[in-house]
Design a protein around this ligand. Structure first.
Ligand SMILES: [Zn+2]
Length: 889
């Protein structure tokens, strides 16, 4: 929707917004797209909000005044818009052309999150200004306007304010048509303490001092955009900047932390010109900030507010005293993700949450692609396979959903931010880019950006753009993978070598974890692009119906899905599985990783013996690529956990991990080395944690030694390994060690390090210590955004205990979790368990807390618990038998 009516603010708008935004495409239309879902009556369309906000940080309240320039499109005596937790003092409607103002009666509906303004008489269609005075709450979790408390540089208590609006929390800050297709422009003015720095989407246009130690900051008019992208923050900040891609890029952080923002600033400056070029439309705002917030959320890590990204400190600031190698890399990759949204999401926005994947699948794919481009030695190509695996794991249960799904409630919108939307979305885009070819794909994206700038789209708009650029046949494949749930299964038939080519038949059915028989009997059908190699050139076929012939050059081992860009599982017959095992050391890291993951999923799913997957894990050399080693160690250690009670098998696995991968840790060293490969730097803490987890004597001994030294000297452990070494101590802690770690946490000032130490207190195997950590979590000591992380950590080792505690302390736990993450938090505590007795407790909680359409995370957790319980004995006994048959020499 774009509008043309002469607005009260239109003169200011034209002079202040950047040129691209001022040229509003489609400016003659003033219609409503009635096919887009909405929770509001389609009686009026907002064009521009003029907003003044005065926060009272100490009282956790704020006052607001807004003038909304709107077009009434149907005669009505009522206007309904979104508002949550707001109290209205006055409401007046003025005709834009002059005339008598009307005063409204206000009725708020807390459940619907709306306010309805009723006028004494009917309003004719036309342009109006709605003026509202109101007040609202400053929250202590990341919803709406919220406060984050921390210790400042001088060690004093400090509080900064930020906003977080996606999916549906702008309405906690500004009464608004808070749905993505009601795009409008915003003029924000704010009154903050004179010593603070206020930040918003646009640069400030003016500042003046006010009495009482306050100042008023006016920001320039935003381009037309969705309400969930508005941003405001204020605090004792500092800002560092650079020029890049014709714009100013900046990092904003609490005073004293500028040096820690340099890594992020360099990344931002590197990425912006690359994206200007890739998207073919330059970044439209005058500046792009990324604002660091102390603390964390159970729902998100960073948010793509247009021109003012918000990111929690842990993944924005590079702090040598605590940042791990993975977090250092995440500074780049998360920034790449949020910056991709500046185009995909902010400039072009999905019309409704059904198509959220357009934002998130694309940004996740772009994040990976950009990381690989600038940092080819980080192993992002292997990480992409890991993303696909995470998606296929969730997607193989009946409780999954298609990428494009029906969203009808605010809670469903929050739940849409999941592994299917992000990782399956990313995987499908990678597969489609492979089908279209990178150049055609990019031309399609550029024309999509040009055609839909400042507007809203739906999934078919993207396919039309890419097909239009030349990718014939893409829509059929794309539709199959975005409108249907689930994972295709490709079964390889008997193989023959004919005239130097492998000839076989592929059968396409459906892979399922929890309804294998039904999926086999009546599977869904996809057009699956299947690549294959057999020693010669790779071939691609698109499956048509059930059965598709395949002929590949070469008579070597047949590998399906080389490069791992396909979103499907593969079942080989025994001779082909054996040929792949024999060829395994020669495969690329990406194919080793993908082949292992596929085999483990097929074996755990009961499609093939466990032995086939274990044979591949056993084929991983200690010197293999770091990410492949991490995968193998992860497989073994998760089997170690599931073999609880079988001492012989457990000690066989522990010996295997120690003897195979202990030497790799010794080879890369126990401490960081200058100039080492980033993959090794990332592998080190993984090996420390996994070896420590199975009680490897060398690692636990070193952890205890380092811990004792660290208690005396906080520099005794390198910052990047602090959480790994202290994590080993915490996991195997004695009561005295736990107390010492607790005392150290209490004395720590840096927000990220403090949170890390408190969360480690939740990592103990010892049940008595886990209980103490639970009691600690609901006190005020750890800090408002830390406690939920402690409880989550406890649940890894003690799911039943954590669930029971949370359900009996819901009144205390609820305020510790953001509203948007609440329905997932409790389910997440137990989704890794195989304990069927937890199901009634979890379901009882779900029924009491959420309406039926909002219980998906609970249903998903229940499905996983059932599946784990059902397959547990088979996996245990087959694994035990394999271990007996393969003793270490
Ligand atoms: Zn995103």
């Amino acid at each position: 929707m774009k509008f043309a009516v002469a607005l009260l603010a239109s003169a200011a708008l034209a002079s202040l917004v950047p040129a691209a935004a001022a040229a509003r495409p489609d400016a003659q239309r003033d219609t409503v797209d009635t096919t887009v879902p909405t929770q509001l009556p389609r009686t009026a369309i907002p064009h521009h909000y003029t907003l003044t906000v005065t926060p009272h940080a100490q009282h956790l309240t704020f006052d607001g005044k807004v003038a909304i320039d709107l077009e009434v499109v149907q005669a009505t005596n009522q206007l309904t818009l979104n508002a949550a937790d707001l109290r209205f003092a006055s409401a007046t409607l003025r005709p834009a052309k002059g005339g008598t103002p009307l005063t409204a009666r206000v009725a708020v509906d807390a459940d619907a999150q709306t306010a309805t303004f009723t006028f004494p008489r009917s309003i004719a269609p036309g342009a109006y200004r709605l003026e509202l005075a109101y007040s609202g709450k400053i929250n202590t979790q990341a919803n709406g306007l919220f406060a984050l408390d921390y210790k400042n540089k001088e060690g004093k208590d400090a509080r900064s304010l930020f906003t977080q609006f996606e999916a549906a929390d702008a309405r906690r800050f500004i009464p608004s048509w808070d749905e993505p297709d009601y795009k409008a422009s915003f003029d924000l003015t704010t009154r903050v303490p004179a010593g603070e720095m206020a930040v918003s989407n646009m640069p400030a246009s003016g500042t003046r001092n006010l009495p009482g130690g306050l100042k008023e900051v006016r920001f320039r008019t935003t381009p037309t955009m969705s309400s969930y992208l508005l941003f405001f923050a204020t605090g004792d900040f500092e800002r560092i900047t650079k020029q890049a891609g014709g714009r100013e890029v900046g990092i904003v952080m609490s005073r004293g932390n500028a040096a820690k923002g340099q890594t992020a600033l360099d990344a931002e400056a590197q990425i912006l010109p690359y994206y200007n070029d890739y998207f073919g439309t330059p970044f439209p705002l005058p500046k792009l900030d990324n604002v660091a917030g102390p603390g964390q959320s159970m729902f998100f890590g960073a948010m793509e507010n247009w021109g003012a990204i918000f990111t929690f400190e842990r993944i924005l600031l590079n702090d040598p005293s605590i940042t791990t190698e993975s977090e250092r890399q995440a500074i780049f990759s998360v920034e790449a993700h949020e910056m991709a949204h500046q185009w995909f999401g902010d400039l072009v926005t999905m019309a409704w949450w059904d198509d959220l994947w357009l934002n998130e699948g694309f940004a996740s794919w772009m994040e990976n692609r950009t990381t690989e481009h600038f940092h080819p030695d980080w192993g992002a190509d292997v990480d992409h396979v890991a993303s696909r695996e995470a998606a296929m794991s969730l997607d193989s249960f009946t409780t999954t959903h298609p990428i494009v799904q029906q969203v009808r409630t605010v809670e469903q919108a929050n739940q849409a931010f999941d592994t299917i939307t992000y990782q399956k979305g990313e995987s499908v885009i990678a597969m489609l880019e492979g089908f279209a070819g990178p150049d055609t794909w990019r031309q399609g994206i550029q024309s999509y950006m040009r055609r839909h700038a400042y507007q809203n789209t739906r999934t078919p708009d993207l396919w039309a753009a890419v097909e239009g650029a030349g990718a014939k046949g893409l829509t059929a494949i794309a539709n199959d993978f975005t409108s249907q749930p689930g994972v295709p299964l490709i079964t390889v038939g008997p193989v023959q070598c004919v005239a130097g080519r492998i000839v076989t038949n592929l059968t396409q059915t459906e892979f399922s974890s929890d309804r294998r028989e039904q999926a086999a009997a009546s599977p869904l059908t996809w057009h699956v692009p299947v690549r294959a190699t057999a020693g010669g050139e790779a071939t691609q076929v698109i499956t048509q119906g059930r059965s598709t012939p395949l002929s590949v050059a070469g008579c070597g081992p047949l590998l399906i899905n080389p490069g791992q860009t396909g979103y499907f599982r593969t079942l080989y017959a025994a001779p082909q599985a054996e040929a792949i095992r024999a060829a395994f050391p020669k495969l690329s890291a990406v194919d080793q990783y993908g082949t292992m993951a596929n085999a483990m999923a097929m074996s755990r799913g009961g499609y093939q013996p466990m032995a086939w997957a274990l044979d591949l894990d056993a084929a991983v050399a200690p010197t293999a690529h770091g990410k492949v080693v991490a995968r193998a160690v992860g497989d073994w250690s998760s089997l170690y956990d599931s073999l609880e009670g079988d001492a012989a098998s457990r000690s066989a696995i522990a010996a295997r991990i120690s003897r195979t991968f202990g030497p790799r840790l010794q080879a890369i060293g126990l401490a960081p080395r200058a100039g080492e490969s980033p993959v090794d730097a990332q592998l080190r803490p993984t090996l420390i944690a996994e070896l420590g987890g199975i009680g490897d004597a060398a690692v636990t001994g070193e952890a205890n030694r380092l811990f004792a030294a660290w208690l005396k000297d906080r520099n005794a452990i390198p910052g990047s390994l602090k959480s790994a070494w202290l994590g080993v101590v915490a996991r195997n802690a004695t009561a005295a060690q736990w107390d010492a770690l607790h005392a150290a946490a209490k004395l720590t000032q840096g927000s990220v390090e403090r949170t890390t130490l408190y969360e480690l207190l939740g990592g103990s195997k010892d049940e008595a210590l886990a209980r103490r950590a639970l009691d600690l979590a609901i006190t005020s000591e750890p800090g408002k955004t830390t406690s939920a992380g402690i409880i989550t950590a406890i649940a890894h080792q003690h799911p039943a205990l954590a669930l029971e505690f949370v359900l009996s302390h819901l009144g205390q736990v609820d305020p510790l979790v953001d509203l948007s993450g609440r329905s997932r938090f409790v389910a997440g505590l137990v989704s890794g368990s195989s304990d069927l007795t937890l199901i009634p407790r979890l379901e009882g909680y779900g029924e009491k807390t959420f309406s039926a359409e909002n219980r998906k995370p609970i249903a998903q957790a229940v499905a996983r618990i059932r599946w784990r319980a059902a397959s547990r004995e088979r996996i245990r006994s087959e694994t035990a038998a394999w271990l007996k048959a393969h003793p270490l020499g």
